[in-house]
Design a protein around this ligand. Structure first.
Ligand code: NI
Length: 257
């Protein structure tokens, strides 16, 4: 069985404070690789540290929309320096979150755009978080992100939006939310996305897949997501596994598989 990637997990999260080493050792042994996006300056630094420590953990750098209000004027310059690390493979997790509104929306938009500009300068792909902000996300992607490749993580938009994003070259990533019982609309998208644009993830420690919904999630659960998504698409897990690995190295050019 082909080992696969968890394209999105947060090892820095508090929920791993008791057993982080163990979880990371398990994940790095079971999986082909894990991408750990940062969500602010400190967690981006940690992501880079994990990538240094473990041969198959890779890092993203960025301020999550929740933490956009914490960004200082020098932080993007710091990211530019850290991005020289061979295993810093993306700018993210970045985007807009109008569900929680932990940062003012105009701050979220400004910080998102500044990260896109950084990704452009550094020739890195972006990892995008979008919750209840589909309209503004699409507007910014269309006007500010020309030529910047990327992935919409835990995709939650409509089929129509997915079609637009695919046309623009974006990848769509699916996690536990695609396994939830009532996620019929999302599974329409899961069935539609071409094999060469699909990624899988856990968003650990969040969004554990069925039948573990509500529990703490771990990167190895990406196998459960793989099985469910393959079933939904009428593909073998092997076909989907190999495709997602190829997609990882196509999108994240610094990852050599
Ligand atoms: Ni995340």
């Amino acid at each position: 069985m082909t080992r696969i990637f968890d394209s999105h997990a947060h090892f820095d999260n508090d929920w791993y404070d008791e057993d982080r080493e163990l979880i990371m050792q398990d994940a790095t042994q079971e999986l082909l690789g894990i991408i750990n996006p940062g969500t602010d300056l400190e967690t981006s630094r940690l992501a880079k540290e994990y990538a240094t420590q473990y041969h198959n953990i890779y890092a993203g750098l960025g301020f999550h929309p929740h933490d956009a209000k914490k960004m200082q004027s020098t932080d993007l310059q710091t990211f530019a320096e850290w991005a020289e690390h061979p295993k810093v493979v993306a700018i993210g997790e970045i985007g807009l979150d109008y569900y929680y509104d932990h940062s003012p929306r105009e701050v979220q938009r400004r910080v998102f755009i500044e990260h896109i500009d950084l990704a452009k300068q550094l020739h890195l792909p972006i990892i995008v978080h979008d919750r209840d902000a589909h309209g503004d996300i699409m507007e910014i992607i269309k006007t500010e992100a020309k030529g910047v490749p990327g992935v919409f993580h835990c995709y939650s938009g409509s089929l129509e939006m997915a079609k637009e994003l695919l046309k623009m070259g974006y990848y769509l990533s699916f996690g536990g939310s695609a396994t939830f019982k009532n996620a019929h609309k999302l599974r329409e998208v899961v069935r539609f996305v071409p094999l060469e644009r699909i990624l899988l993830e856990t968003d650990s420690p969040y969004l554990a897949p069925e039948p573990y919904r509500g529990k703490r999630n771990i990167p190895n659960m990406v196998q459960v997501v793989l099985a469910r998504v393959a079933q939904e698409r009428g593909e073998s897990t092997e076909t989907l596994a190999q495709a997602t690995n190829k997609n990882i190295s196509d999108l994240f050019a610094k990852i050599k598989l």
